[in-house]
Design a protein. Structure first.
Length: 404
């Protein structure tokens, strides 16, 4: 699908470039030709105003470029001024002008390569002519140059489009591959508990199963069902967050009280995992946000720390004012060092530092959910790493009306 999308993009861009560049490079010689005809027409009008005065002197440069002749009412040339054409040639030009129906071909004689114009009076008509050969040669040369530039430009644009398509499609391809990986992983994770549930259900269905075994099978079913529920809940959370948090949910939140309350709730769970929770919370700090979503972020960070902290080590959480406009929430734990790339990718949806499937309940969704929530609150979330400590930090704008 990604390849087809890339190919479609390339084809569309090349078609657009072909049309636009074609219009550009074709219009240049056309515009230049029209400009040359306009300039010639203006010059011939000047000659027609005073043909005798301008063309009579043999030393006048105009006499080398322009010619004029006068035709009486019976169609006979009575006067002419030309250093380029004889009377017979001018008569032939006059007949060609008549066959041109006086300007239907834009006052240009294609066969003779001449511009012409005329000025009628009661007694007869003055005609002025000028060679168009030089302009035609220039226009032809310009057209060939433009066509060459058109082909070269089209080749360059095509090459750039191919490289650009790879750059543009890269995020889509990355997301697509991540999604495919997640679907495969989620399918495996769902398949495993479903297999356990079905196996235990079949064992429960046997009449000779003892009550002790029944309790064991029921416990297995409940455990696997809870894992399935966790995965589905995360997927639903992502879908809801992608739609955006409703504005009416944003209210003043006592973030100090919220962090304190959640630390008390999570302290017991973390203690059962073998970790002490150490907290340091500045009082009376407020933010504007969705109370339930901010609580979810705190739970995600503490749960993540509990999963990946070394056994028997403490988890630290602090909340403080940063400068005068932000609050800073920090959660740290002792754990394996992460590379700079892992610190960036850890918030990517469906990403996990360990590609092998573990049974710690992690699906690579928690931190991406937290990141999206914080983004929609106008804040920032990032991770830092020292030799043996991983620190997750959240920065949120402090509510103005509750600043000290």
């Amino acid at each position: 699908m990604i390849k087809r999308l890339q190919q479609r993009f390339i084809v569309i861009m090349i078609i657009i470039a072909t049309i636009l560049l074609g219009i550009l490079f074709v219009s240049i010689p056309i515009l230049e030709s029209n400009l040359a005809r306009s300039n010639a027409s203006n010059a011939l009008n000047v000659i027609l105003d005073k043909p005798e005065e301008i063309l009579s002197p043999r030393d006048n440069p105009s006499s080398l470029t322009y010619s004029a002749f006068y035709v009486n009412h019976v169609g006979t040339i009575t006067r002419y001024y030309s250093m380029q054409y004889s009377r017979s040639q001018l008569e032939q030009i006059y007949r060609e002008i008549q066959s041109d129906y006086y300007g239907e071909s834009d006052f240009m004689l294609e066969n003779s390569h001449l511009y012409y114009n005329y000025s009628k009076s009661a007694a007869g008509t003055w005609y002025a002519i000028e060679s168009s050969m030089e302009d035609e040669l220039y226009t032809d040369s310009l057209f060939r140059t433009c066509m060459l530039m058109y082909v070269v430009s089209l080749v360059i644009v095509s090459i750039m489009t191919i490289y650009l398509s790879k750059w543009i499609i890269k995020p889509t391809e990355f997301a697509w591959n991540q999604q495919k990986q997640f679907i495969a992983d989620a399918s495996h994770e769902l398949k495993t508990p479903l297999t356990v549930i079905l196996t235990n259900a079949e064992l429960l269905n046997k009449t000779e199963t003892s009550s002790t075994s029944q309790k064991k099978y029921i416990s297995n079913i409940l455990t696997e069902s809870h894992q399935m529920k966790t995965l589905i809940t995360h997927l639903l959370d992502l879908a809801r967050i992608d739609r955006g948090i409703p504005k009416e949910n944003f209210i003043p939140v006592d973030i100090s009280g919220l962090v304190t309350d959640e630390s008390l709730v999570m302290e017991v769970e973390l203690f059962e995992r073998g970790h002490l929770l150490e907290t340091s919370v500045d009082e009376k700090l407020f933010v504007k946000g969705d109370l339930s979503k901010l609580r979810e972020v705190i739970d995600i960070l503490l749960d993540n720390a509990g999963k990946y902290a070394y056994d028997g080590t403490a988890i630290k959480m602090s909340l403080s004012k940063q400068y005068s406009s932000n609050i800073l929430l920090s959660v740290s734990n002792k754990g394996d060092k992460l590379s700079d790339k892992e610190l960036r990718d850890i918030f990517t949806r469906f990403y996990r530092t360990d590609s092998s499937r573990s049974h710690n309940g992690s699906y690579g969704l928690g931190l991406s959910i937290a990141k999206e929530i914080i983004n929609q609150h106008g804040g920032m979330i990032w991770a830092e790493c020292t030799d043996d400590e991983i620190i997750f930090k959240v920065k949120l704008p402090m509510l103005c009306s509750h600043r000290e």
